[in-house]
Design a protein around this ligand. Structure first.
Ligand code: CUA
Length: 188
């Protein structure tokens, strides 16, 4: 008459469920630990392919990041190169001009703290670390204007730190560059 049998069953069911969860959780923890150990050893033995350093105290005085060398250039061999610096709380230049549908190489660094650099709706996304030069090549598929916010918390002015990227149709960009015009943003 007494429901001892039922009570006994429910205890066994609860025990079983708890044991299964314990095993699953232990497996998850073991997998996470294995991932941490693997990536730790793997990355430590394989640093990023390109490590270029620069003295952040001398950026403004000499070298490729002096003020009149910042912005977009079209090299003699047709390579489009953009140089910029990030500092609390702005990018220099504030607005970049780049061509659509052509490879564009960026070289950037920071003068003070770690900043982030991202161009919306593209895969251009790096961290700008003082002392290191971030380099990557990307391609913008559509002409138009993009936002370029800092995406790494860099201080009280972080949320006001952003710039713009004007993507011009390739012919328009090349015509401007060939005429020897300064590659600066124009109101559109
Ligand atoms: Cu610079 Cu956030």
């Amino acid at each position: 008459m007494t429901p001892t049998g039922a009570a006994h069953d429910s205890v066994a069911v609860a025990d079983g469920a708890e044991r299964r969860w314990a095993i699953i959780v232990m497996l998850i923890i073991a997998m996470l630990l294995a991932m941490m150990i693997f990536t730790g050893l793997h990355w430590a033995s394989m640093p990023p392919s390109r490590v270029e350093t620069i003295d952040p105290r001398k950026l403004h005085i000499s070298g490729e990041f002096v003020e009149n060398n910042l912005g977009t250039t079209l090299d003699a061999d047709g390579k489009v190169m953009v140089r910029l610096i990030a500092q609390q709380y702005s990018f220099e230049p504030q607005c970049l001009v780049v061509p659509a549908d052509m490879p564009v190489t960026f070289r950037a660094t920071s003068t003070d703290v770690i900043h982030g650099f991202v161009v919306d709706k593209t895969n251009a996304n790096v961290m700008l670390i003082p002392g290191f030069i971030a380099t990557f090549t990307t391609r913008f598929d559509k002409a138009g204007e993009r936002l370029m916010p800092c995406h790494e918390y860099c201080g009280t002015g972080h949320e006001a730190m952003w710039g713009r990227v004007q993507v011009l149709p390739a012919e328009e960009f090349l015509a401007k560059a060939r005429r020897g015009e300064r590659m600066s943003c124009v109101p559109r």
